[in-house]
Design a protein around this ligand. Structure first.
Ligand code: HDE
Length: 699
């Protein structure tokens, strides 16, 4: 081989860079590839070398610029809520809410306020899976005319702890254990359960996290909550307390634990893909924005403290007032620039919205700005497009890393008399804090009104349907079963016994630890509440197929009429259909036309769908091929085990039998003859066949 001046060659075709088919070259000045300094690049495939087989030269500033940029591509991931997914949309008020707030975006029903929303899990790293059991973050940035308002909430209305000073410990306990570096995105380990069992204030939240709320079906089917009590202030300066709620138009639905675990392998991006696809196909997710409004006097009459973030205000006490709707209608153009760089801070408020003295919220008001500076590298993070307000931003903050603006003029201070055009304070319209009188004795204290840890945990349990209760038992059993230290399990059983005797007994029995619960004395007597309807997801679930996915398992000779009928029904009901066949490239239908399946068999397991149809093609050979595949048998078995409504054709009977599934129209395994379709749709609208659960997952 020669060392002489050889022109750069494409490693695939062997042709020179100028003539190679694989490489397109710029045809005009506009599409020229350049360096970060705008220098046109002649060859982006080969570094500068001393001869074709010689060493690379340090002189290659183009190589160095490219690699250096690459080396710095990652920024520190969020210390919590690292894995998230965002989208753009708008908020529209239903009317004028000036009686409770002067916030500009809540006054005019004709005005649309742009929003950016980011959903997230809490514990896992950026590359963890979407379906982990965890709280989901629900952050909304409203780009209002009076500045950005960030409502940084969760899909669960309470929190683990009552004081911000405990947050680093809570998070350290749930993150991978420091010596071994695992488990990832899991609360099912000793340090977490040790911490929470020693912090009984977390009992109410634990009930939610062990329930189906922590394994949502979709971001589109998740409620959102502001968690803390906030204030709203109207023009007259009157203050009322509020709790914020987001209610999904599609209803609130969840996965089944076994399903969540299996989806974690089959599609770790299950939630983000779902949101992306829905928005791409024009099925824009929508939420109603509501508040519970109550006065200071009403708050004083409650038998819990509204400053305690481990408490809800039951809707029976204070009903929801709908304020407007939020629609997500645009996916991001660039994940990093938008979803990763978006910086939410609970301290970003607008006139008309103010804080309460909830000690957890007070700590958050400090934490988020601090974290953004470390994560994004500069206090100028507010200049990034996704963070910049869409109203004028004028101030005297100057310089710092990554200043992208070029402020003009001599003056960078105020007061000043040198520049008449410089920004000035606005005492009437500017933000001013609610003038609440504070007169306390300084001390590291916890209010005695925060001492009830069990009453609302019991309220939650009492408000659940039977399947929801069973899932809670399953959740605790799984997580505590993963704890290696028996003492932690015993301590938790002691708490659970106080939440509800039956719950405690069931978890103890499932762990094989009957009678081993520790005796724990509650600090204050437990209050017996009436069940609250709004706490149960399935008690209030809408009867609908809207937003759901119907999966059809088929094979060569796929029944045409059935596919058409399923598509028609899905369209009418606002659902979508996806087809699974042995091969993704091709599947002939019964009339010989070619169908392009959405998934191949192993890539499209039944967990990915809300209800399923099993309809092998008429082709005997291929039909048989399906029966011989473990993936097809698992498809059927899992659909049954995950309580899905199953429609089937005559050709599916053998496969059903092999999967151990018996046709049973009342039990949601429905033959799709003429009458069967209506039955299928009706039952599928109920989402799951709950009556089947004791058969497949006895508690
Ligand atoms: Fe957060 N939290 N948090 N948190 N939180 C963060 O900010 C923190 C809490 C929530 O999509 C961090 O930008 C403290 C409650 C969401 O970008 C950090 C305390 C609730 C998100 C932080 C809490 C939340 C965060 C990490 C206790 C529900 C994701 C990265 C005082 C109401 C935002 C970041 C996004 C993110 C601190 C408790 C919700 C470190 C100190 C309660 C949805 O600043």
């Amino acid at each position: 081989m020669s060392d002489s001046k050889t022109p750069s060659r494409c490693p695939f075709t062997g042709k020179t860079a100028n003539g190679g088919e694989l490489h397109q070259h710029a045809s005009s000045k506009e599409d020229r590839l350049t360096t970060g300094q705008g220098l046109p690049v002649s060859d982006d495939q080969n570094s500068l070398k001393a001869g074709s087989r010689g060493p690379t030269l340090l002189e290659d500033f183009i190589l160095r610029e490219k690699i250096t940029h690459f080396d710095h591509e990652r920024i520190p991931e969020r210390v919590v809520h690292a894995r998230g997914y965002g989208a753009h949309g708008y908020f529209q008020s239903y009317g004028c809410h000036s009686d409770i707030t002067k916030a500009g975006f809540l006054q005019d029903p004709d005005e649309k306020t742009e929003v950016f929303v980011r959903f997230s899990t809490v514990a896992g790293s950026e590359g963890s899976l979407d379906t982990a059991r965890d709280v989901r973050g629900f952050s909304v940035k409203f780009y209002t005319k009076e500045g950005n308002y960030d409502l940084v909430g969760n899909n669960i209305p309470v929190f683990f702890i009552q004081d911000a000073i405990k947050f680093p410990d809570l998070i350290h306990s749930v993150k991978p254990e420091p010596d071994r570096g695992f488990p990832q995105a899991q609360s099912a380990h000793d340090t977490f359960w040790d911490f929470v069992s020693l912090s009984p204030e977390s009992m109410h939240m634990l009930m939610w996290v062990m329930s189906d709320r922590a394994i949502p079906r979709s971001f589109r089917m998740m409620e959102g909550f502001g968690v803390h009590t906030f204030r709203m202030i109207n023009e007259a300066g009157e203050s009322r307390f509020v709790k914020f709620h987001w209610r999904p138009k599609l209803g609130t639905f969840s996965l089944i634990w076994d399903e969540a675990v299996k989806i974690g392998g089959a599609d770790p991006d299950f939630h983000r893909r779902d949101l992306w696809q829905a928005i791409e196909s024009g099925d824009f997710p929508e939420w109603e924005f509501c508040v519970q409004v109550f006065t200071e006097e009403e708050a004083d009459s409650f038998d819990f403290d509204i400053l305690d973030p481990t408490k809800i205000v039951p809707e029976e006490k204070v009903p929801l007032r709908p304020l407007g709707k939020m629609v997500l209608n645009r996916n991001v153009d660039n994940f990093f620039a938008e979803t990763e760089q978006v910086a939410f801070c609970p301290s970003h408020v607008v006139p008309g919205i103010d804080f309460s003295d909830d000690p957890l919220l007070q700590g958050r008001l400090f934490s988020y700005l601090d974290t953004q500076i470390s994560r994004l590298g500069s206090p100028n993070f507010n200049q990034l497009p996704v963070n910049a307000p869409k109203c004028p931003m004028r101030f005297f903050q100057r310089d710092a890393q990554m200043q992208t603006q070029v402020p003009k003029g001599r003056v960078a201070n105020q007061p000043n008399s040198l520049d008449d055009g410089s920004p000035r304070e606005c005492p009437e319209t500017g933000f001013s804090s609610y003038p609440k009188k504070e007169n306390g004795t300084k001390g590291r204290v916890r209010s005695e009104t925060f001492a009830d840890y069990y009453s609302q945990a019991r309220l939650f349990w009492n408000s659940m349907t039977e399947p929801e209760r069973n899932h809670i038992v399953g959740g605790f059993t799984f997580e505590l079963g993963k704890c290696e230290t028996p003492q932690i399990r015993k301590r938790m059983l002691g708490h659970l016994k106080l939440v509800d005797a039956k719950l405690g007994e069931k978890v103890a029995a499932a762990l094989g630890m009957d009678g081993e619960a520790l005796d724990i004395e509650p600090a204050v007597p437990i209050i017996e509440y009436e069940p609250s309807q709004s706490l149960s997801q399935y008690g209030k679930a809408p009867h609908t197929l809207e937003g759901k996915k119907i999966g059809i398992l088929t094979s060569e000779g796929a029944p045409n009429a059935l596919l058409e009928k399923a598509m028609k029904i899905a369209k009418a009901e606002g659902a979508t259909v996806e087809i699974v066949a042995p091969k993704v490239g091709r599947c002939r239908t019964s009339d010989g036309t070619n169908l392009e399946p959405d998934h191949f068999l192993a890539g499209g397991p039944s967990m990915l769908f809300d209800c399923v149809i099993i309809a092998p093609g008429g082709d005997e050979e291929e039909g048989k091929a399906l029966i011989d595949q473990a993936d097809a048998v698992d498809w059927v078995r899992n659909a049954f085990g995950h309580l899905k409504v199953i429609g089937f054709t005559e050709s599916a009977v053998d496969l059903l039998e092999k999967g151990g599934v018996k046709p049973n129209a009342e039990g949601g395994v429905i033959p799709l003859d003429e009458a069967g379709w209506d039955d299928f749709v009706e039952q599928a609208k109920a989402y799951r066949v709950w009556d089947r659960e004791p058969m497949v997952r006895p508690v």
